[in-house]
Design a protein around this ligand. Structure first.
Ligand code: NAI
Length: 718
């Protein structure tokens, strides 16, 4: 690759008469930049002045064949430095705010002068030079700015209160300059150096001092100032030939109340302090939008029946051997009839392994033995017989053991009031014996007759289902279940007599015992993996599915599949009756490994968001009253690769949703990319965050748009 050059660029480096600034100036000049070498030439504590320091560096640059001019002004008179650049070279492209002094004293001894001088040189000086250069950068649509902070600011250091405060002030200054400049291609970053110089000669240990040459940091600053570097608003620490980005992390924290109308008590804060301060559970925040977006998402938890502060269940221990893995595999129809499946059935096979859905078993055991579900609805005891398994999600996070002990923790995260019943969202996290989180299951159950308890109707915690695409399936595979399928599957741990005892089945309202929904899911995922992952379970990331109707053992399952990138959407039907039994389902793979080539339709034919609009059409048809209660006419502009790709109208006044523009003027127009729309409908992108980040643009009646949220969540029907 070509060398990174600065030909034609003009760089102003402040405090370039010594130390780090000198190294920056020499490097810029050696790579073709014209350099303004600014230095007041004062003492380490900001006393005196001399032209010597700047002159010496200018001489050195010229001796090496470079172009440079000296500037002896104090950075506090920033406009003079910038004028020097313009007078001598006619432009300025790069500004490195580097000048600095120290006046170290413990807090009690810092005089006003110690405070003011340090703040003037570091913070005000950087502000004045940056402010003078900014309009020029803006006009030319290009600029690179560096602020120089210090570990002393990021972490504090004894005896440097004035210096630490000024240095941290520079981080704040850079944060805002980087935002104000971004759209004009003006990028501003912070360097946090540690280098041998006169500022550190009596601070750093002598053996380290030798290793910390400023020349080892200069290339980092130069790269940040190159036109090819797109970094903006970052804090980069560098020393001794190493560099790394520093970021702000915030603990995911804890809600301090259980409902939006409740206040916060001091005791509630005390009781949740451990969670408030647990930074092991944290999120990286890159912007004020991230910070407020995350906060708003947690507040939504209050509206969604927040359960996060309720006591966790006792962990459940699941012990298993290769025999359990094989029994499960047989239970979901794995057969020696397919030579690729031998590895799931023979413990001495060189790549013996479990099907990923086997790891639903520990979660189900934990759920069965927990009281989480039975006590989840206030004032009601829910019996297991009234529970229907509505949806399931499993996500594998680490390599999985083939035998041993697993520890699962169950938690009800949300309880929704659906009128005729309650939808209970339960998360089960499973760990190995060392406490490492290996996988997580989420089970949404429907407790018949447990509704009308005054809880929220829609929530945010359940992983969303995704409607199938409109096109014909890319592939369909079938599997005929055995009449003894349920009898075999139940041995893996689900002993509900509904699946084996004809009397119990009749009591439950079925003519004959029915197959376990999770068995149908296991068979479906096995078929998806056979087609799109060449039976390689390591490629499996997660599966989400909604159970729609029961299957009778002996019936044939047909799994229709659609590939959308690494997501394989699928729908399982009973072939004999053409009845859908699993819907809204998808397997997410790490990558796709096709067993046989599959003809895919051209990518441009459909947008992924089409399926969500189709789903909304169905919802609105099913419950037009609800749509009308939202009211309003919404126009969606869906973009793809930055260009408008489709328009959809949601005329909720008249309960009509269709492709294209509305006849009259819409109340609200929303513009969003196809990808972000999908993320939002899956609950992975918070609408407020999307709005604040500029991913979702709304014109017209913004307040009205907020009413749309429940309709947009693909699982809102649950
Ligand atoms: P240095 O003392 O070798 O160089 C600083 C230069 O700034 C001096 O040549 C000085 O004459 C000049 N200067 C001081 N006040 C000025 C003013 N008002 N106007 C123009 N020039 C002025 O120090 P060093 O170590 O190279 O430091 C450079 C920057 O890096 C400073 O901002 C310092 O706070 C920062 N820094 C340095 C660290 C290190 O380990 N050396 C650690 C953390 C931050």
């Amino acid at each position: 690759m070509a060398d990174l050059r600065f030909d034609g660029r003009v760089a102003v480096v402040t405090g370039a008469g010594a130390g780090l600034g000198r190294a920056y100036a020499l490097l810029f000049a050696s790579r073709g930049a014209k350099v303004v070498v600014n230095d007041l030439g004062g003492g380490r504590h900001g006393d005196g002045s001399s032209s010597k320091a700047a002159d010496a560096v200018v001489e050195e640059i010229k001796r090496n064949g470079g172009i440079a001019v000296a500037d002896y002004n104090s950075v506090v008179e920033g406009d003079k430095l910038i004028k020097t650049a313009l007078d001598n070279f006619g432009r300025i492209d790069i500004l490195v705010n580097n000048a600095g002094i120290l006046r170290d004293r413990s807090l009690a001894k810092i005089s006003d002068q110690d405070w003011d001088l340090v703040h003037n040189v570091h913070l005000k000086g950087s502000f004045k030079t940056t402010q003078a250069a900014f309009p020029i950068f803006k006009k030319q649509g290009y600029g690179r700015i560096i602020m120089t902070a210090s570990n002393s600011g990021l972490y504090g250091n004894f005896g440097q209160a004035n210096y630490s405060a000024a240095k941290m002030g520079l981080v704040g200054l850079a944060n805002t300059v980087s935002i104000e400049g971004a759209k004009s291609n003006i990028f501003c970053n912070v360097i946090v150096p540690t280098a041998a110089s006169r500022l550190t000669e009596d601070i750093l240990p002598p053996e380290l001092f030798e290793q910390l040459k400023p020349e080892l940091i200069a290339p980092v600053v130069a790269y940040l100032c190159h036109e090819s570097c797109q970094e903006n608003g970052s804090i980069i620490e560098s020393a001794a030939g190493w560099a790394g980005k520093c970021s702000i992390f915030r603990a995911n924290g804890s809600l301090l109340r259980n409902a939006i109308e409740e206040g916060v008590t001091v005791e509630a804060v005390r009781d949740r302090w451990q969670k408030v301060t647990n930074v092991a559970d944290s999120t990286r925040l890159d912007s004020i939008q991230d910070a407020t977006g995350a906060l708003m998402a947690s507040l939504e938890g209050l509206n969604g029946g927040n359960r996060e502060n309720e006591g966790d269940e006792q962990p459940d221990v699941y012990e298993f051997t290769s025999k359990d893995i094989i029994l499960y595999a047989l239970g979901v129809g794995t057969s020696l009839g397919n030579e690729n499946e031998l590895k799931f059935l023979y413990e001495n096979h060189e790549t013996f392994e479990s099907l990923p859905t086997f790891y639903i078993m520990p979660a189900m055991q934990a759920l069965f033995s927990s009281t989480a579900i039975s006590k989840s609805v206030p004032g009601k005891e829910i019996g297991l017989e009234s529970i229907l398994h509505g949806e399931h999600f499993i996500e594998i996070l680490e390599d999985l053991p083939q035998e041993g002990k697993l520890v699962s923790k169950t938690k009800v995260t949300e309880v929704l009031d659906k009128g005729s019943g309650a939808a209970i969202v339960c998360d089960v996290e499973t760990f190995n014996e060392n406490g490492q989180l290996l996988f997580r299951n989420q089970c949404v159950t429907f407790a018949v007759g447990a509704g009308n308890f005054g809880g929220p109707r829609t929530g945010i915690k359940a992983v969303s289902c995704q409607p199938k695409p409109k096109r014909k399936p890319d592939l369909s595979l079938s599997h005929k279940t055995n009449i003894d399928q349920a009898a075999l599957y139940r041995l893996s741990g689900d002993n509900n007599p509904l699946h084996i005892d004809p009397n119990m089945a009749r009591l439950g309202g079925f003519e004959t015992p029915i197959l376990h929904g999770l068995c149908t899911l296991g068979i479906s995922v096995r078929l998806v993996l056979s087609a799109f992952a060449s039976h390689d379970t390591k490629l499996f990331r997660s599966v989400k599915a909604r159970f729609v109707k029961p299957v009778i053992p002996g019936q044939t399952l047909r799994v229709d599949m659609w590939r959308e990138g690494n997501r394989i959407l699928f729908e399982t039907s009973v072939a004999e009756t053409n009845t859908v039994v699993i819907g809204g389902a998808y397997v997410d793979l790490k990558s796709v490994k096709l067993t046989k080539p599959i003809k895919m339709p051209a990518a441009s034919e459909n947008l992924t968001s089409d399926a969500v609009f189709e789903f909304i059409i169905d919802q609105v048809k099913a419950d037009p009253k609800r749509a009308k209660s939202i009211g309003g006419v919404f126009l969606y502009n869906i973009t793809k690769n930055g260009k408008q790709a489709k328009q959809w109208t949601m005329d909720l006044k008249n309960a009509k949703v269709y492709e294209g523009k509305p006849e009259g003027k819409p109340n609200t127009t929303l513009t969003i990319s196809d990808e972000d729309f999908m993320l939002m409908s899956e609950g992975k992108l918070n609408p407020q965050t999307a709005f604040m980040k500029g991913k979702l643009k709304i014109t017209g009646n913004i307040m009205m748009a907020q009413k749309l949220a429940p309709l947009l969540k693909a699982n809102a029907k649950l």
